[in-house]
Design a protein around this ligand. Structure first.
Ligand SMILES: Cc1cc2nc3c(=O)[nH]c(=O)nc-3n(C[C@H](O)[C@H](O)[C@H](O)COP(=O)(O)OP(=O)(O)OC[C@H]3O[C@@H](n4cnc5c(N)ncnc54)[C@H](O)[C@@H]3O)c2cc1C
Length: 399
């Protein structure tokens, strides 16, 4: 069976579109299958960590995003139980010398998918993948306008997001963390959060947190997170008034909401990580959320997605044997996702765990962190190449 394409991506979100652009630029014949004709607000990630911005730079996306939809947040402010804990100048303190990059997710998706098409990838929108047949020349069943066709490639890359069906079609065993955190988000206009700063408010005494990522001109993506055992309200994912009340309970100044109006859907997600060990087998690789859906509370998903894309691109460009290249990518994925997963878990233990033991742990560590904010593990800002060993954990927990 001969392949029509070098590469087919299932999904044209950040992961699929960025990989299509990167490989088409290097001469590969690429097909992107994306079910949405136009992207809408599905309450997804809207701030990229500095280390993700470094990955975007390596993929030729940073300048493009800044020119089309990006808004830089130089400062990262953190408050705990109403007390300021950190005020960090991100470009001055990260190895990437980068700020947080904030944008409206659908605008970012349109930009990256247009760039893939501009680089020569064939993009089919309004087309849905109905199945994958793994193998030496894997096949993708594409339904479009009531017709199903079979397309073959040297490599199929599933980038179909957090509810990936490709994981099942490809026969990948899936691992999950136990449920712990819940996470909701909504977009506001007329919000008073300062325009150059991303904010995190934690109130672990009541199992709440709230995050704000301004996009310019008073538009702000806001999130509220809950510990599942801290009585999240039944209306947490439905009622914007409830969202605002819970955000204020997390420690936010209510005046920020005085003139705010919601301008998009409100949605609530389970935070537990879901991942695949070694996300390549039998002609099918997984990238982005399909490979590992990380807890959105810690804002690592898009950076991980671009790391996946960059590593897979480099592996395929370096080795004509794409089976070997895809295995090399999958090994690297286990390492970089493993580091982020471990450190996210420490953050969840420290900032969101409830009960007397967790309170005692915070009471012990906070004075040290207040005196030296470099005790906060830096993987979340600077990426998985930063140290994340037991010594880093001990410094964080003040042990
Ligand atoms: C509430 C929330 C907040 C978040 N906050 C942050 C944050 O602040 N920072 C951060 O870095 N990350 C954040 N994330 C994570 C981030 O949104 C994801 O990591 C990122 O969007 C993953 O990109 P992706 O391309 O893998 O998947 P997606 O963005 O989900 O894209 C998948 C694409 O595949 C398409 N598709 C799916 N199935 C099919 C099919 N069968 N056929 C054709 N097309 C298909 C979809 O239409 C979609 O376009 C957050 C996530 C959530 C849920």
């Amino acid at each position: 069976m001969s392949a029509t394409y070098d590469l087919i991506t299932v999904g044209g979100g950040l992961g699929g579109a960025a990989l299509a652009k990167a490989m088409a630029e290097r001469g590969a014949h690429v097909l992107v299958v994306e079910r949405e004709r136009r992207f809408g607000d599905r309450v997804r990630g809207e701030v990229m960590a500095p280390w993700g911005v470094g990955e975007a730079r390596a993929l030729g996306l940073e300048t493009l995003l800044l020119a089309t939809c990006g808004h830089e947040l130089r400062w990262a402010d953190l408050a705990l139980g109403g007390m300021p804990v950190a005020h960090r100048d991100l470009p001055a303190t990260t190895p990437q010398a980068a700020a947080w990059l904030s944008f409206f997710h659908p605008a970012m998706q349109e930009t990256v998918l247009d760039a893939a098409a501009g680089a020569g990838a064939e993009v089919r929108r309004g087309a849905r993948v109905r199945g994958i047949e793994p193998g030496a020349t894997p096949a993708v069943l594409v339904e479009s306008d009531g017709r199903t066709t079979t397309e073959r490639a040297r490599l199929v890359v599933a980038a179909d997001g957090r509810t990936s069906l490709a994981r099942k079609w490809g026969g990948f065993p899936v691992s999950r963390d136990p449920q712990r955190l819940l996470f909701s988000g909504v977009l506001f206009d007329g919000h008073e959060a300062p325009d150059d700063t991303g904010h995190a408010f934690f109130n672990p005494g009541i199992g709440r947190m709230s995050l704000f990522f301004p996009q310019g001109s008073g538009r702000v993506r806001a999130y509220v997170g809950y510990h599942k055992d801290a009585a999240p309200p039944a209306a947490a994912g439905r009622d914007v008034r409830c969202f605002i009340e819970e955000s204020v309970r997390a420690g936010v100044d209510p005046s920020w909401y005085a003139r705010a109006t919601d301008v998009g859907p409100l949605a609530l997600f389970e935070g537990a990580d879901v991942w695949v060990e070694h996300p390549y087998r039998d002609g099918v690789a997984l990238v982005g959320d399909a490979a590992a859906t990380s807890d959105p509370t810690w804002g690592q998903g898009m950076s991980l997605t671009l790391r996946d894309v960059r590593v897979l691109r480099d592996a395929l460009v370096a080795d004509d044997n794409w089976t070997r290249g895809a295995h090399a990518y999958a090994d690297a994925h286990d390492r970089h996702y493993g580091v982020v997963h471990r450190v996210d878990g420490w953050y969840a233990d420290f900032f969101m765990e409830i009960g007397p033991d967790a309170d005692a742990r915070r009471a012990q560590a906070l004075p040290f962190i207040a005196a030296d904010e470099t005790r906060l593990p830096d993987v979340i800002f600077s990426g998985p190449d930063q140290p994340a060993d037991d010594e880093v954990r001990r410094r964080f927990f003040g042990e």
